[in-house]
Write a protein that binds this ligand. Structure first.
Ligand SMILES: [Zn+2]
Length: 163
């Protein structure tokens, strides 16, 4: 699923890529891309903002949104909604499914072979298909233990799993 082809790793590759797209490789863009391309946690905008802010105090949420949306438009990053108001970003644009926890909102990739390989036809009803998104909703192992221990489904804090 995760391959050298789908993920650009180096600053040089990122710089060359943005120039091909007609953009400017600003320091903030490179910082945002570098952070996201190494990230397999399906971060939200807020996750990325909290993580990047110490290294880039002048970074604004607006800039972060703009750069992320630009990457989505270029087909370099996938954006998906987990149905609870959380928008996640994923640098792996290959066809793969995510498992979403309804309690703590953790998102993980479905392991290879766990479900039939999702595929995306090149074209559907005149649409040129770039990527597809598939999510399975349920409870993660930690939340299943917590529910079993407390008898309550509701988490006390939705961000308790975050570092
Ligand atoms: Zn959970």
């Amino acid at each position: 699923m995760l391959s050298e082809k789908t993920i650009m790793r180096t600053v040089e590759e990122l710089t060359a890529h943005v120039r091909r797209q007609g953009g400017k490789a600003t320091a903030q863009r490179l910082l945002i891309w570098s952070a996201l391309y190494q990230d397999r946690s399906h971060p939200t905008v807020d996750d990325l903002y909290r993580r990047l802010k110490p290294a880039a105090p002048s970074l604004s949420l607006t800039t972060l949104y703009n750069v992320l949306n630009e990457l989505v438009e270029w087909g370099d990053v996938r954006r998906f909604d987990t149905g609870d108001g959380h928008i996640h970003f994923d640098p792996d644009t290959s066809g793969h499914a995510e498992l979403v926890c309804l309690r703590c909102h953790r998102v993980v990739d479905a392991p290879d072979g766990a479900i039939p390989e999702p595929s995306a036809p090149a074209e559907i009803a005149g649409f040129a298909i770039v990527t597809r998104s598939e999510q399975f909703f349920g409870y993660c192992p930690d939340c299943r233990r917590a529910i079993a221990a407390t008898g309550r489904v509701a988490a006390t804090a939705t961000s308790e799993w975050r570092r």
